[in-house]
Design a protein around this ligand. Structure first.
Ligand SMILES: Nc1ncnc2c1ncn2[C@@H]1O[C@H](COP(=O)(O)OP(=O)(O)OP(=O)(O)O)[C@@H](O)[C@H]1O
Ligand SMILES: [Mg+2]
Length: 233
């Protein structure tokens, strides 16, 4: 059976994903600051609007930029902005309420994409030694709601995640660790190199092999396929 997909507006990434992000599940993109997570969210939002659907964009860290949206979209951003329901929670409790309201919004509006950028900024601010269990449980519930909503309504959910160095294993680890990994049926890692060079690596997918990677360039237009492959030396 063919799974419906939404283009990310980035040909190289779409090819790796078999056409785009899957419409009935959660895609989780993680990587260091400035690697291009928000750019990918904006670009996928533009692609969704081109399919004549609305986008719910939950921005927890002031990453949403009209100017960047203008650069990425070929249409005028006024028209594009009309199709984006922008929600800007400033506390983890508010993020929770926003996630709980999503089903109602999707009932009333023709939503074709839900973005949560980032899942963990407010979670991180709230977390302390005394509330780990409670805050982790709140995060797990949000992910479960998002996942169910996506499955039930066939609306793709794109979430971003931050990382920290995992000294023991010599790699990087997601801020929310296994909580988000489990609920995300597609996990993509972004790595950052100089001069706009990036690599995106498939870390988990339901129907694609893990470890596949693709080179990307960040330009004025967003995330693009480089004319020729680059080296990092
Ligand atoms: N017009 C542009 N032309 C080329 N590169 C740009 C342009 N605008 C932004 N960038 C690059 O995009 C990168 C930032 O991308 P983005 O904001 O998507 O990263 P991010 O992963 O969301 O970061 P954070 O973790 O801080 O939210 C920076 O490297 C910046 O130089
Ligand atoms: Mg960002």
């Amino acid at each position: 059976m063919k799974v419906e997909r939404l283009s990310t507006g980035c040909k190289a990434l779409d090819d790796m994903l078999g056409g785009g992000i899957e419409k009935d599940t959660l895609t989780n993109v993680y990587g260091p600051p400035g690697c291009g997570k928000t750019t990918l969210c904006l670009q996928t939002a533009v692609s969704c609007i081109e399919e004549d659907k609305k986008v719910v964009f939950i921005d927890t860290e002031g990453g949403f930029s009209r100017e960047r949206l203008d650069q990425i979209s070929s249409d005028d951003s006024e028209g594009i902005l009309d199709e984006i329901i922008l929600i800007e929670p400033d506390a983890f409790e508010k993020q929770k309420e926003n996630v709980e309201r999503l089903d109602k919004i999707c009932e009333k509006k023709d939503v074709g994409l839900i973005v949560l950028d980032s899942l963990v900024t407010l979670y991180r601010l709230e977390l302390n030694d005394g509330n780990t269990r409670k805050i982790n449980s709140m995060l797990a519930k949000q992910l479960s709601k998002l996942s169910n909503l996506s499955r039930k309504r066939e609306i793709p959910v794109l979430i971003t995640n931050q990382i920290y160095s995992d000294i023991e294993n010599g790699g990087v680890e997601l801020v929310s660790r296994d909580i988000a990994k489990y609920q995300s049926k597609c996990l993509i890692e972004m790595k950052k190199f100089e001069k706009g060079k990036r690599i995106m690596i498939m870390r988990k997918h339901r129907s694609k092999p893990e470890g596949k990677e693709v080179q990307i360039l960040i330009t004025e237009n967003g995330l693009e396929k480089p004319d020729k492959s680059f080296s990092f030396l």
